[in-house]
Design a protein around this ligand. Structure first.
Ligand code: SF4
Length: 288
């Protein structure tokens, strides 16, 4: 897989019109700064203008449209950030892949077994440009945007699109309580369905199912046998396994993974059991 394009906003006072190799100084033509060329003769300005790409020039198609405006918006768009960290992906079909995690702050839900309550409040305000630069510093092509509930911030949509535009393979972990319909379709959406023991089953936004494709994944985090039977019913009634991969995770410390495995096998459910790899490796610690 190709590596991501490293994003660096253009620095003030730098650029192709005012910077050129030392050995080219004094040569005629484009190697000189535009301002100097314009001061030489009246003809020089017209000569420089002729180097600009006309709309009819076939090379024009190679210049992405809206790039300047996009970079400006990266400098003014802000997000509330809990942490950026580098670890192995612990869940989903990407489990085991070195991944940069962007954990956004805030969540309107309060799942009983939530393992990231430190993301509910606080965090730092960062620009989209600064956040992209921090992700690029890790130099890996896989990024996971998580929370909290990342979609609780409207600028999360801009972040996801910017990451895709920069060439990353992007996944989004979301509670399933908010609209996923406006998420960039290049993003792999990992959508929770909250079972009763979470305390948040009433927040499931069932309309989200209509947006899912085989590129996405559905996740149930299950605390007990009652949760399991509820999830089994939902899968059958709504035909979830025909939409995309379905993941079952046991709540750590409440449901032994082997019990869940036995139930899945007994029912021949078309789901994937997952244990949180990062917790097996490092325990439940922030930043891993
Ligand atoms: S949706 Fe996620 S972050 Fe929010 S309370 Fe539930 S488990 Fe925690």
């Amino acid at each position: 897989m190709a590596g991501p394009v490293t994003f660096r906003p253009r620095e003030a006072g730098r650029g192709c019109s005012s910077e050129y190799p030392e050995e080219h100084k004094g040569e005629a033509g484009a190697a000189e700064p535009v301002e100097q060329q314009r001061s030489h003769t009246p003809d020089a300005a017209a000569r420089v203008e002729s180097y600009a790409l006309k709309d009819s020039d076939p090379l024009r198609a190679l210049v992405p449209t809206g790039v300047e405006a996009r970079l400006e918006s990266y400098a003014t768009t802000t997000l509330r950030l809990t942490e950026v960290f580098f670890s192995l992906q612990g869940e989903t079909s990407r489990a085991g892949l070195p991944t940069v995690f962007v954990r956004l702050s805030g969540c309107p839900l309060r799942c009983r077994w939530c393992d990231t309550p430190y993301s509910f409040q606080g965090g730092e305000t960062v620009t989209l440009a600064a956040l992209l630069a921090r992700v690029a510093d890790y130099g890996v092509p896989t990024v996971c945007v998580t929370g909290g509930e990342p979609l609780a911030q409207k600028n999360c949509l801009s972040l996801l699109t910017a990451l895709c535009n920069a060439g990353y393979s992007v996944s989004l972990e979301t509670s399933g309580a908010l609209d996923i319909g406006k998420v960039d379709p290049r993003v792999s959406r990992i959508v929770d369905i909250k079972p009763p023991a979470s305390g948040e089953a009433a927040r499931n936004r069932w309309e989200n199912l209509a947006h899912l494709t085989p590129h996405d994944e559905i996740k149930f985090v299950l605390a007990d046998r009652a949760d399991y039977e509820w999830a089994r019913e939902i899968i059958q009634v709504r035909g979830l396994a025909r939409i995309c991969s379905v993941l079952f995770s046991p709540v750590q410390g409440e449901l032994p993974p082997a019990h869940l495995a036995d139930w899945i096998l007994a029912d021949r459910l078309p789901v994937r059991l997952q244990v949180q790899l990062h917790k097996l490796l490092w325990g439940n610690v922030p930043g891993k």
